[in-house]
Every structure is written in structure tokens, then in C-alpha cells.
Design a protein around this ligand. Sequence first.
Ligand code: AMP
Length: 193
Amino acid sequence: MFNLILFGPPGSGKGTQSTNIVKSYNLQHISTGDLLRDEVSRQTPLGVEAQKYMDQGFLVPDEVVIGMISGKIDENPGVRGIIFDGFPRTKAQAEALDKLLEFKNTQIHLVLSLEVPEDELVRRMLGRAATSDRSDDNEEVISKRIKEYHAKTAPVAEYYDAQGKLERIKGDLDIQDTFKLLSREIDKYLLPA
Ligand code: AMP
């Protein structure tokens, strides 16, 4: 198995590039943002709880997210690998993921971090607000999400850097050029399917 984390601040293009990577390399896609939005739209108890945090631009508590993801990892035995999108977002989540994968005799192989200047992140998220059904894309919530990223999520990059697994990728090129940079790193481990 080849397991990849696509890392980066909100608005850095993780969702878009995950779709490209999934198509090329045939990996299982696990996006905690998508999973949470699905729980919210079905108004499950987990979704009702998570929505309070998401609507305000805060991270959903670790135990909720970790509990949600553990079943997903086992959902498709025999997959080529998994791409994690928007997870882990805290050091506690990263440690929990390491343990879950170790239990399956596998590990995270590579963490690709999309690097995008802050003014461009805000511009992209405001643009997305006009076309998506996300409840978290207004200026006030966006600024809270970026604060949460710096306080809680940025340390996750250091966690993987210390393990020699982190590669920083320029994320403000056009979509195809950024995808080429990402592919160049993935190809060192796994060729397109
Ligand atoms: P995303 O679609 O990945 O940008 O996530 C949208 C929102 O869902 C975030 O602002 C958080 O409130 C919540 N969320 C998604 N993934 C996580 C995670 N791994 N940990 C905590 N909260 C998350």
C-alpha cells in the first residue's frame, strides 16, 4: 500500500488536486471535510455536533474525527493506497493515524504540502463561496479557519518533516502545473495506474 497525505491550509487546492491524484493513481480518497458535510446533510448525531464547529470555522474535536476515520481505512481492503485530504489536522490526529496504520502493517509514505500565499487563499475561498453550498465561506469564518490552521494544523507539517516525509509544493501555479509538481513526487513511490 502507498499512503499519501495532501496537506495545506484551507483554500490551498487539496480537494481539486486530490481528484486529479485519485484519477491518475487510482487511490482511495478520504476527505474528512466531505465525510463531515455528508454527516451534516443527513443530520446524524455526529453531523449535528460537527456542524456547530464547522459553521464557526473551528476544527471539529479530535475524538469525533478520529472515530469517523478509523472505519473508512478498513472499508476497501486491497486498495493500492489511500490519499488523506484534510486529515490529519492536529498533532493528536497525526499520532492516531500513525497508530491506525501501524495496526494494519502500513504507514504514511509521503506528505505533500501545498504552499499558497495567504492573500491568494482568501481570494480563492471567497470565490468558492459564490458557487458552493459550504456554510463556512464568508470573510469572518475564513479568517477564523486560517487562524485555526496556524495554531493547530501547521505543527502537523513539522511532525512529518521530523520523519523526513514532508515535501513542500508550490500551490499557486495553475491547476495542471501544480499537479505536475505533485506527480513528480508521487512517481518516486508509485507509477500512475
Ligand atoms: P475542509 O472541507 O477540509 O476544508 O473542512 C471543512 C471543515 O470541516 C473544517 O473547517 C473543519 O471545521 C471540519 N474538518 C474537516 N476535516 C477536519 C479534521 N481533520 N479535523 C477537524 N475538523 C475538520
